[in-house]
Design a protein around this ligand. Structure first.
Ligand code: SIN
Length: 282
């Protein structure tokens, strides 16, 4: 069994993993060790990687098959890679700049997301993560009984629908986003999901894609979400990844949320992002 050099970031989640070159095939043992680290720490960071897009793709495929990328035009010749870039002078809404779990509006939302920092600001542009096992486990027994049986409605409408944040093409944006009517579709997922690898329960809701609760009227759903969503992102559940050039961060969308921070006006940021396919939440 391979032992990795793992250094936790906070008491809640996140770890730096040292000593791996992601440009080389990991092999089964080290891939399994990375997956075990993800199961334990939820978010892992590999520093100082120097990867081509093909090497990033090869690393992703060791974690699982690609997920489906909607609404965002991928890199030419690389249909599963999105360039999350922002020029120094750009001012529009920041991609990923609200609390969310990636593509939770899909029937099978991604398991992992991989984000590679090719060019990062000297300071600013961090990504913050929050642990959704802790969000579930810290609820009172009474509230846990209430949420256990509930289902949440997810939709891409607020981001990619015709009236959404990214609903109209922005000629000044470095990310080519194509909002559409497809964003109006909804998916219903359990509010409390069980992670297939750890068997732990996590809250599975987020500010941007969770639009209500199933089998409840809008006021009832909003009241419960108004309590649960801030609970999900309280500071003791979080860690903040400070990007360095060549850092690769992998996170598990099934038990975390994340938020890109819009605080680097005047600096350029160029990241490459791949999602790994996930299962239907249960
Ligand atoms: C994302 O939400 O996938 C992007 C996060 C980031 O750019 O930090």
């Amino acid at each position: 069994m391979t032992d990795l050099d793992i250094r936790p970031i906070t008491g809640a989640l996140g770890a730096d993993i040292h000593g791996l070159d992601l440009g080389e095939p990991l092999g089964t043992e080290r891939t399994d060790a990375v997956k075990r680290a993800l199961a334990q720490h939820l978010v892992v960071v590999f520093r100082d990687q120097d990867l081509t897009i093909e090497q990033l793709e090869a690393f992703a495929l060791q974690l699982g098959p690609y997920g489906e990328t909607p609404f965002v035009t991928p890199l030419e010749g690389h249909p599963n890679v999105v360039a999350v870039a922002r020029e120094a002078q750009e001012k529009g809404a920041l991609f990923g700049g609200t609390w969310h779990s990636d593509w939770s509006f899909q029937a099978h939302p991604p398991s992992y997301t991989i984000l590679y920092g090719k060019e990062v600001p000297a300071h600013g542009g961090d990504t913050v993560f929050t642990n959704q096992y802790l969000a579930y486990e810290t609820l009172s027994p009474g509230m846990r009984r209430i949420v256990e049986g509930l289902k949440a409605v997810h939709s891409a409408d607020r981001s990619y629908g015709p009236g959404g944040t990214f609903g109209r093409p922005d000629p000044n944006s470095s990310i080519n986003i194509q909002g559409s009517e497809a964003a109006l579709e909804t998916q219903v997922h359990p509010l409390v999901r069980t992670h297939p690898d750890t068997n732990r329960k996590a809250l599975f809701i987020n500010d941007v894609y969770t639009v209500g609760l199933d089998d409840m009227n809008a006021a009832e759903g909003a009241a419960l979400l108004d309590f649960l969503l801030p609970h999900c992102r309280q500071i003791a559940f979080t860690c903040r990844v400070r990007w360095t050039p060549g850092a690769v961060t992998v996170w598990d969308n099934r038990c975390t949320q994340h938020h890109a921070i819009d605080d680097y006006a005047g600096s350029r940021r160029e990241m490459y992002r791949i999602t790994v396919a996930g299962e239907k939440p249960y």
